[in-house]
Design a protein around this ligand. Structure first.
Ligand code: 0X9
Ligand code: ZN
Length: 402
């Protein structure tokens, strides 16, 4: 009876969402494990992401009040939920699954935030800058165990430098998702993780990525206006190593426009600043699509190949190719960028190799041109599965070397 009274009172003062739904916040108490299980199994939205013993804040629409009441837990009306949409983007685990749907930037970050809420002791995030249009640029760091961050070796994986290459976002999400699962499966997690920081950069180019959703699906560059008619710099031609050379353009209308100077762009400057602070950087994979290639330095020149790390790159490149093949049967090829694909100067991985001596790869994920940049959602699963297998080879190599 008491509960009903609370519920009716709540109806009168609840906030109204954009769809005309009333939302309110209730405090729901789980006093035993059994009660907690009932709350977890319900479809109600627990606001802090993990339902726990004791008092939980739960966001409820007027239609769900019956369900809340039927749980048989003690509950109390707290307040109207002023802006349900704002709340949803911050706290709600995205309804869409990255394994079968491509996600908008905010939804993608909401999923990372859900993981961070689930694993707060090991997963942290850092805003390393803002895009030209002001979107936050995020890096997530997974550090398992007690060793100080600065004393660990680091690996960085990044995606969506090129806006239209949608297949790359889910790859790095899956690398984090699977590694979190591995780390929590046993109490100590994967032993190799004890000595490593794993950094994930979900999206290097959020302005371009959003533009590829809202306007031009095949947009590649960032979204800075250069002339009255031309927008965008190719961020993968804007890094200092070899900047201005072959395989880049000085024409702002070009898809490979290098920008007015190295690191002229908010995104590349911020990303470079971040990468120079990563402790003991040993390995980098920057994911692109498409072509099924595992590429390593140099991109800016074909004259200094082999590099002094050619054999290390090639050996690991072959292991990545083998792991991908073993996972799904997909055929990838490995080799230096300039002699395997084309000359491309000002690319990021040349710069990580030159400035940090890290094992540095660009992986061009599937396919070989049937769908090209337009990967269908049905291919996300094989795409992320094979690339997780490839990533594990980098993890193993970095873990095994000083
Ligand atoms: O041209 C590129 O930037 C990459 N290919 S894509 O089709 N995804 O645009 C290849 C990049 C090779 N990496 C470097 N040049 N560092
Ligand atoms: Zn690309």
């Amino acid at each position: 009876m008491v509960r009903r009274a609370f519920a009716l009172l709540a109806l009168a003062v609840s906030a109204v969402s954009a769809w005309g739904e009333f939302w309110s916040v209730y405090q729901v108490e789980a006093r035993t494990e059994k009660e907690l299980a009932r709350l977890i199994e319900s479809d109600l939205n627990v606001m802090d992401c993990h339902p726990h013993l004791g008092k939980n804040q739960v966001a409820v629409t007027q239609d769900e009040i019956g369900e809340l009441s039927a749980l048989g837990l003690y509950f109390e009306y707290l307040r109207p939920l002023e802006d349900p949409m704002d709340w949803a983007s911050r706290y709600l685990v995205p309804q869409a699954d990255y394994k079968d749907s491509f996600l908008r930037y905010d939804v993608m970050i909401a999923q990372y935030e859900a993981w961070r809420a689930q694993y707060p002791r090991v997963l942290t995030r850092q805003q390393f800058g803002s895009s030209h249009q002001g979107r936050p640029l995020w890096a997530y760091r997974l550090s398992v165990g007690r060793k100080p961050v600065a004393q660990r070796k680091s690996i960085v994986v990044s995606a969506l430098t090129h806006a239209r290459e949608w297949g790359t976002g889910p790859i790095v999400m899956h690398i984090l998702d699977r590694t979190l699962q591995e780390a929590s499966r046993t109490r100590r997690g994967l032993p190799v993780l004890d000595d490593l920081n794993l950094y994930i950069v979900p999206c290097v180019n959020p302005d371009g990525y959003e533009y590829s959703w809202t306007n031009t699906r095949l947009w590649r560059k960032n979204r800075r206006q250069i002339t009255s008619t031309n927008w965008g710099v190719d961020l993968n031609r804007n890094f200092p190593t070899g900047w201005g050379g072959s395989g880049s353009s000085g024409n702002s209308g070009s898809e490979t426009y290098r920008g007015p100077s190295a690191l002229s762009e908010a995104e590349s400057a911020a990303y470079n600043g971040f990468m120079q602070t990563v402790p003991n950087l040993r390995g980098v994979i920057d994911y692109h699509t498409y072509s099924q290639l595992v590429l390593f330095p140099w991109g800016y020149t074909a004259n200094q190949i082999p590099t002094s790390d050619y054999n290390r790159h090639r050996t690991l490149g072959l292991q990545i190719v083998g792991a991908i093949q073993g996972a799904t049967g997909a055929n990838f090829i490995t080799g230096p960028i300039s002699t395997t694909l084309y000359l491309a100067s000002g690319g990021s991985i040349d710069h990580w190799y030159q400035t940090r001596q890290a094992l540095s790869f660009t992986i061009e994920a599937r396919d070989t041109g049937s769908y090209g940049f337009l990967m269908p959602e049905s291919e996300i699963l094989p795409n992320i599965t094979e690339n997780y297998a490839g990533f594990q080879q980098l993890l193993k190599t970095v873990a095994a070397n000083p």
